[in-house]
Ligand binder design. Structure first.
Ligand SMILES: Nc1ncnc2c1ncn2[C@@H]1O[C@H](COP(=O)(O)OP(=O)(O)OP(=O)(O)O)[C@@H](O)[C@H]1O
Length: 364
C-alpha cells in the first residue's frame, strides 16, 4: 500500500484544459472513488496517475516517490500500480493463468515462483478451476476477476479501477462490489476507483472525490457528501438531493439554524461558520420529508405530480409552494397509495443549509 499525493495537477489536450489544479491526498490503504459526470476528466486523472499521460503542471507522488511533474515522468511499469479497465484488457490468446502470470514474467519473477503465485491468487478469486480457459470462454464477471487476480499477483501497492462494472448486469455488479471490498481488505492496496454511478461510489469508498469540469469540487466521506454537501452541484448530484430556497436563515450556534420554508418554520443543520441569510439554498432528500395525516398539524401544502412504485416504498414527486413552483420528492412506506393530482401536506424533518462560497466547508 502507498500514499498518493496529487498537487495542483493541470492537464490539457491541445487547447482544451481537461484537469484544473486537481489536488488530492489519499492515505495508504484508503479506498477512494472519483465520481463525476461523463467528460469531467475522471479517466484522464486515472491515466495521469498510472503514467499513461504526461502532465502539464503540478506533481504526483506515490509512496513518497515523485512519479510525475512536467519535467519528470516515471513510466507506468515502474510505478507499482495495477490497473483494471472497463474492457478488462486481457490477452485473448492466453489462458487465464498465462494472463495472470504475464506481468510477473515481464518483471523477471522465476517460473516456479510465478506458478505458485498464480495458483494462489486464482484460488483467492475462485478461478482456480478455470485456469486453463481463454477469456472468450469466461463471463464478464469472471474476466473482471482475472483482471483483479493480475493486480493481486503483482502485489500492486496501488490499484486503479476505471468503471470496472460499467458493462455488467445488476446482479453481477453487486457480487463484484463485494469482490472489490474483499480484494481491498485482503491486499491492503490503496484503491482509486472511477465511476459515474454514485451508489457504487458511496457504497465502496472510504472517501469520494466529486469532480466537475476538470476540478475536484468536494472530497469527503460518503455520509458527509450526503448530509453536508459543500455546494449546490454536489447537493443535486448525491442521493437524489433537491436544492430549494429557504428564507430567513438564522444560525442558532449549535450546528442548526431556524428558517422559513414556504411559510412554515423549519429547523435545519448548517456549517459552524454559517452566516445569517435572508435567502439561501438548502439541500433536501426524499427521506427528509414526512407526509402529514393530521389536518391540524402545520405543514407545507403540495400536490402529487407523479407516484412510482419502488417495492418497499412509494416515491412521489410533489409540487409545492405558490404556483406549484417548488419540486420535492418524498418516500412513503408501502402499502399506501398516492395518486397524481392528490393534495397532501408535508413536514420537513431535516435539511442542510448549503454554505455560500465564503463559508468554510466541512472536512474530516
Ligand atoms: N487523448 C485525448 N485527446 C483529446 N481530448 C481528450 C483525450 N482524452 C480525453 N479527452 C477529452 O477530455 C475530456 C475528459 O475526458 P475523460 O475521458 O477524462 O472524461 P471522463 O470523466 O472519464 O468521462 P466518461 O465518464 O465519459 O468516461 C473530454 O472532453 C474528452 O473528450
Amino acid at each position: 500500500m502507498a500514499r498518493i499525493e496529487i498537487e495542483n495537477l493541470d492537464k490539457s489536450f491541445g487547447q482544451t484544459q481537461v484537469l484544473r489544479e486537481v489536488s488530492l491526498s489519499i492515505e495508504a490503504g484508503e479506498f477512494v472513488s472519483v465520481l463525476g459526470p461523463s467528460g469531467c476528466g475522471k479517466t484522464t486523472l486515472l491515466r495521469c496517475l498510472a503514467g499513461f499521460e504526461h502532465i502539464d503542471g503540478g506533481r504526483i507522488e506515490v509512496g513518497g516517490q515523485v512519479v510525475s511533474t512536467p519535467e519528470r515522468h516515471l513510466p507506468p511499469e515502474r510505478r507499482g500500480i495495477g490497473v483494471v479497465f472497463q474492457n478488462y484488457a486481457l490477452w485473448p490468446h492466453m489462458t487465464v493463468a498465462k494472463n495472470v502470470a504475464y506481468g510477473l514474467k515481464i518483471a523477471g519473477v522465476p517460473r516456479s515462483e510465478r506458478e505458485t503465485r498464480v495458483a494462489r491468487v486464482l484460488d483467492l478469486v475462485e478461478l482456480g478451476a478455470l485456469a486453463q480457459r481463454r477469456p472468450a470462454d469466461l463471463s464478464g464477471g469472471q474476466r473482471q476477476r482475472v483482471a483483479l487476480a493480475r493486480c493481486l499477483a503483482m502485489e500492486s501497492r496501488v490499484v486503479l479501477l476505471d468503471e470496472p462494472l460499467a458493462n455488467l448486469d445488476v446482479h453481477l455488479r453487486s457480487a463484484l462490489e463485494e469482490e472489490f471490498a474483499a480484494f481491498h481488505a485482503r491486499s491492503g492496496a490503496t484503491m482509486f476507483y472511477i465511476t459515474h454511478d454514485q451508489a457504487e461510489a458511496l457504497a465502496l469508498a472510504d472517501r469520494v472525490a466529486v469532480m466537475d469540469r476538470g476540478r475536484i469540487i468536494q472530497f469527503d466521506r460518503p455520509e458527509a457528501l450526503f448530509r453536508q454537501p459543500a455546494s449546490e452541484t454536489v447537493a443535486g448530484f448525491i442521493g437524489e438531493g433537491r436544492v430549494i430556497e429557504a428564507e430567513d436563515i438564522r444560525p442558532l450556534g449549535d450546528g442548526h439554524a431556524s428558517a422559513s420554508l414556504l411559510g412554515q418554520p423549519v429547523r435545519l443543520r448548517c456549517a459552524p461558520g454559517q452566516r445569517g441569510q435572508d435567502r439561501g439554498r438548502i439541500s433536501v432528500h426524499p427521506g427528509d420529508l414526512q407526509l402529514l395525516s393530521d389536518d391540524l398539524q402545520p405543514g407545507i401544502e403540495a400536490h402529487v405530480t407523479r407516484a412510482t412504485y419502488r417495492g418497499a416504498y412509494l416515491r412521489a414527486e410533489l409540487a409545492a409552494g405558490p404556483s406549484a413552483s417548488v419540486p420535492l420528492s418524498i418516500n412513503v412506506a408501502a402499502p399506501s397509495s398516492l395518486d397524481r393530482g392528490q393534495r397532501v401536506r408535508i413536514a420537513l424533518r431535516d435539511g442542510w443549509v448549503i454554505p455560500d462560497p465564503v463559508t468554510p466547508t466541512t472536512q474530516p
